[in-house]
Design a protein around this ligand. Structure first.
Ligand SMILES: C[S@@+](CC[C@H](N)C(=O)[O-])C[C@H]1O[C@@H](n2cnc3c(N)ncnc32)[C@H](O)[C@@H]1O
Length: 360
């Protein structure tokens, strides 16, 4: 077999494995296997998971040939399956920021939502409405849970502005999360800093409803959610210089009008205010991303969702891989003069663009 033929074979096998692992993740099979923590038969897995034995048998065939699960024999000669702990550490709902299992769902989800629409886009150049992705917010909520529950309060916020932000949050400041989605980050922050006040902005009503419900369940009285188009913040004078700290987690690159949104952020900050834009770690040119460890995956997610969504409404269609050069240029164009681009130890996927408004 030539080298490229071997590579093609790997691609077909790995694509198939991604799909099967997404099904395993969704049905919590990895979580069940981790809890069982020993070699078990298919009927034991069926009993522990409540799933159909025949479907499980086929799935286990994929997992053992794909070297995700180990195969051995019981004393009675039955097949026994074992998920090694070093694999479980990246595949279960308790894996925290190491949870790569949750990402296996992304390509299958986007394919089921938008395969045909993306094919059409190649002919027409048109964007794809957000409504084409009904399960997307819920999926983003799962990602946010995996990312933020472990790292946001313990690692990220203490790192901002050499710890000075933490002191300000503890004393009480006004905070906004732009493109807050289902509000995982916002509610965590509101819970951790009861003397500060928190506003979540998003234009997806179903998502912010989830955030509101959770805030109520958590008994939070210092958080509110507003349905607002980020591109039109400028028109809402009530926001002008109202915030000391603004965050945007993974929420600028798929805006239709990101420059207007960033100008909105600039106008919302009070003197001395800080803006943390967390966005994908990449360069703007293809040539500089050749060694990106997740280049094909991230460009594909972008092609299937971020870019077409960003093309709506005569939008810019930046795409997820807009990269740091374009990001820095746009932040400057929006008015930010002081921009630091920081790596984050707890989140290798993203960069932290920390922007400060000193004087106005
Ligand atoms: C990729 S999600 C990120 C959600 C959340 N920050 C997180 O980390 O899970 C991007 C969010 O931006 C929101 N968004 C996109 N365009 C927007 C706009 N024009 N105005 C306000 N929100 C917008 C979407 O509804 C979505 O919730």
């Amino acid at each position: 077999m030539t080298e490229f033929a071997q590579r093609m074979t790997d691609i077909l096998n790995n694509g198939a494995l991604n799909l099967a692992m997404a099904i395993g993740y969704k049905n919590r099979i990895f979580d069940v296997l981790k809890d069982l923590n020993k070699p078990v038969t298919v009927s034991e897995i069926a009993a522990a998971s409540g799933l159909n034995e025949r479907y499980l048998g086929e799935w286990l065939g994929i997992m053992v040939t794909g070297k995700i699960i180990e195969l051995s024999r019981t004393a009675d000669g039955e097949d026994a399956y074992f998920l090694p702990s070093e694999h479980a550490a990246f595949l279960t709902r308790t894996s925290g920021s190491n949870n790569l299992g949750v990402y296996t769902q992304e390509i299958p989800l986007l394919t089921s939502c938008a395969m045909e629409a993306v094919n059409n886009g190649f002919q027409t150049g048109e964007g794809i409405p957000f409504s084409q992705y009904p399960d997307f917010q819920q999926f983003m909520g799962q990602l946010a849970n995996a990312k933020h529950r472990q790292g946001l309060i313990a690692d990220f916020l203490p790192s901002v502005d050499n710890g000075k932000l933490l002191a300000r949050l503890t004393e009480g400041v006004r905070v906004c999360d732009l493109g807050c989605g289902e509000g995982v980050a916002l509610n965590l922050m509101a819970d951790a800093f009861p003397k500060s006040s928190f506003v979540g902005i998003d234009n997806h009503e179903d998502a912010i409803r989830v955030g509101r419900f959770e805030a109520r369940d958590m008994g939070l009285s210092n958080v509110e959610y507003k349905n607002q188009n980020a591109a039109k913040i400028d028109e809402n004078k009530g926001f002008y210089q109202q915030f000391d700290y603004i965050t945007a987690f993974d929420a600028i690159h798929d805006q239709s009008h990101p420059l207007e949104a960033l100008k909105g952020v600039y106008s919302m900050l009070a003197p001395g205010g800080l803006f943390s834009m967390i966005d994908i770690k990449a360069y703007s040119n293809h040539a500089d991303n050749l060694d990106h460890p997740m280049g094909p995956f991230l460009y594909t997610v972008s092609m299937m969702h971020c870019m077409p969504v960003g093309l709506n409404d005569n939008g810019t269609g930046l795409g997820m891989m807009w990269g740091r050069e374009q990001a820095e240029d746009m932040l400057k164009e929006a008015g930010f003069e002081s921009i630091e681009v920081l790596e984050m130890e707890h989140d290798g996927f993203n960069l932290h663009y920390l922007c400060c408004v000193e004087n106005r």
